[in-house]
Design a protein around this ligand. Structure first.
Ligand code: FE
Length: 185
């Protein structure tokens, strides 16, 4: 087996097996923030779920204050309409448990599904009867803009409102307001 193949189309010779095992030996860029590893992304500790509305929570993973997005788990334990919202920027979703759909589309996002939500789209999130619990990882860029059926703005969320919610919740449950700093990059 040839494990020494150079990258296709690149002129550098392949490294030997010993060379391949040498770690990068220079400092990382000074402006590069520290990495973030969360072993219990789906947490056992209930305090890490931040209440959103009744029977709806989010679990922060990466709150990017510098890039204006947030990566989180959304957990829902009720059926019905959750929100109608517009995305000025794309959203990426991966369904970990249960299922949900949008009134504007004929597909259902079920466990194991990946969903791309296009910038400019407005849609209405529904969890159907019979789904006891839905958990989806979402990367939301920019903002969630909550609207009425005509697109009139009712409210918004961005990474900064999410940080504020986390801070207040973590303080209230005894983790301390600063616990949110774990997730901010
Ligand atoms: Fe959406």
């Amino acid at each position: 087996m040839n494990v020494r193949a150079a990258f296709p189309g690149q002129s550098r010779p392949a490294e030997t097996e010993d060379e391949r095992r040498v770690p990068y030996r220079h400092p990382q860029p000074a402006e590069s923030p520290p990495e973030l590893v969360i072993p219990d992304a789906v947490p056992q500790d209930e305090r890490l779920w931040v209440p959103q509305t009744e029977d709806v929570w989010f679990r922060p993973l990466c709150l990017s204050a510098t890039r204006g997005y947030w990566q989180n788990l959304l957990r829902v334990r009720r059926s019905g309409v959750l929100s109608r919202h517009r995305h000025p920027q794309p959203v990426h979703g991966f369904v970990l448990k249960g299922s949900w759909r949008y009134l504007e589309h004929d597909w259902v996002a079920s466990e194991g599904a990946y969903v791309y939500e296009a910038p400019g789209e407005t849609h209405t999130l529904v969890v159907d009867e019979g789904v006891e619990e839905m958990i989806t990882m979402f990367q939301v860029n920019g903002a969630m803009i909550y609207v009425d059926p005509d697109g009139q703005v009712l409210a918004y969320e961005d990474v900064f409102t999410k940080i504020d919610m986390c801070r207040a919740h973590f303080e209230a449950v005894g983790l301390g307001a600063d616990y949110v700093d774990t997730f901010i990059r």
